[in-house]
Design a protein around this ligand. Structure first.
Ligand SMILES: Cc1cc2nc3c(=O)[nH]c(=O)nc-3n(C[C@H](O)[C@H](O)[C@H](O)COP(=O)(O)OP(=O)(O)OC[C@H]3O[C@@H](n4cnc5c(N)ncnc54)[C@H](O)[C@@H]3O)c2cc1C
Length: 380
């Protein structure tokens, strides 16, 4: 096995870390406090090439593989503390551009992809419903064929980017069971689609989220993404990719926090020498490093496997579970190690914990990842 990155991958990751530190880090405390999404920074991300990382060159993207994209997003997490903005970009890339690239017709790709790459079009994916939640495939939004049109009726919740989105990938029911779901491309200005007010949330506050209502929303026949009944398959595959891309920044954040903790343990002296001399402190740092490296390897392996074999649900669920749980534990460790300072907003660690807590919920909760892993062993 080779664990080395190519020179190009290394340079892209470093470039992303530098870009994030230079462009995305300023003013995060204020944007977090005000729940403010920055369109200017979204555009800067697009100019840097983030939104088009996985999009083929034909549509002005970089055509990178998932492992390279994971390295870039890890670099972003290392360089910037604006986890909300990075999450918005990752959600746009993984849950909107990926299904379009994979299932879109030539006309759909030509219509949307280059705008999604250059930052003009913001994507959102609407799966979760108030009454289905973790049972994502049990959603009940109905899509009825009416002559030449589709009519969608129902509501979605917790839709990342909804208040700023131009295009929604909406999953709806066209029949029963696994083959009874279909995906649709719904422009935000479609009559019958409305977005609720931005929902206030605990963390990732620079990434807007809202409910989406489709009230007898009529779409042309060519709004269908993929075949009728292929929605669950598309969703499952998209989730395999999304779990990895949205978790990659967390690995970078963990590394940044670990380095801060080491510096603090070396320099903080309460009168008897640096606190790093206490085993209670130094072992905490060792555990942080162990957790980080284990989670990182699972993430890399899953991203590598995605390019080389069929279903990676097992690898992707293991990686998502490991990274998210390690991320929360790392943030708690960092606050503990910084003592009262870690609890203060200006130290920018408490925000990391608030952001981290979302990762064990979205793209399938930790319990759902465990269900997937155990299910593949024939359990549950
Ligand atoms: C920040 C954020 C961004 C999000 N972005 C999007 C988005 O862009 N698009 C979108 O469609 N959705 C999005 N979601 C929704 C997210 O996918 C759901 O919150 C998640 O799937 C859980 O659903 P729920 O919140 O309804 O919780 P519930 O399903 O009600 O779960 C409640 C609890 O019960 C547990 N539970 C439920 N079922 C099982 C089971 N079978 N076995 C064991 N335990 C179980 C859960 O693990 C959890 O602990 C986002 C959520 C958050 C927090």
């Amino acid at each position: 096995m080779h664990f080395d990155w190519t020179d190009e991958q290394r340079a892209l990751k470093q470039g992303a870390a530098d870009f994030a530190a230079e462009r995305l880090a300023d003013g995060v405390i204020e944007r977090d406090r005000d729940q403010q999404f920055s369109r200017e920074l979204w555009n800067a991300c697009a100019q840097f090439g983030l939104q088009g990382l996985l999009t083929p060159e034909t549509w002005h993207g970089a055509g990178q593989d998932l492992l390279t994209a994971v390295a870039v997003f890890e670099g972003l997490g290392y360089g910037a503390a604006d986890n909300g903005l990075v999450f918005s970009v990752a959600a746009h890339v993984a849950s909107c551009t990926v299904p379009l690239i994979e299932a879109g017709t030539e006309a759909q790709r030509a219509q949307w992809l280059s705008g999604m790459v250059d930052g003009v079009v913001i994507g959102a994916t609407a799966v979760t419903e108030p009454d289905s939640g973790s049972n994502a495939l049990g959603l009940s939004m109905v899509a009825k064929r009416e002559g030449d049109c589709w009519e969608l009726d129902g509501s979605k919740t917790f839709v990342t980017n909804a208040p700023i989105a131009d295009l929604f990938v909406v999953y709806a029911r066209t029949g029963e069971g696994f083959t009874g779901l279909s995906a649709f491309l719904v422009p935000a200005d479609t009559q019958g689609l409305s977005v609720g007010p931005s929902m206030a949330k605990m963390g990732l506050r620079t990434s807007p989220v809202a409910q989406v209502f489709l009230d007898r929303c009529r779409l042309p026949a060519d709004a269908l993404l993929g075949e009728v009944g292929s929605g669950a398959m598309l969703f499952t595959h998209t989730m395999d990719v999304e779990r990895l891309l949205v978790m990659a920044p967390a690995v970078g954040v963990m590394e940044r926090l670990l380095e801060r903790c080491v510096r603090h343990a070396r320099s903080r002296d309460t009168g008897k020498g640096p606190i790093g001399r206490y085993q209670g402190v130094s072992h905490r740092v060792a555990d942080m490093e162990l957790r980080l490296e284990a989670a990182r390897l699972l993430l890399y392996r899953a991203a590598w496997a995605q390019g080389s074999k069929g279903s990676v649900t097992r690898e992707s669920a293991l990686a998502k579970l490991a990274v998210s749980e390690a991320y929360v534990a790392t943030c708690r460790d960092a606050i503990q190690l910084f003592g009262g300072y870690g609890y203060m907003v200006d130290y920018e660690i408490e925000r990391e914990l608030r952001d981290a807590l979302a990762t064990t919920l979205y793209v399938g909760t930790s319990e759902i990842q465990r269900n997937l892993i155990a299910g593949l062993r024939g359990l549950g």
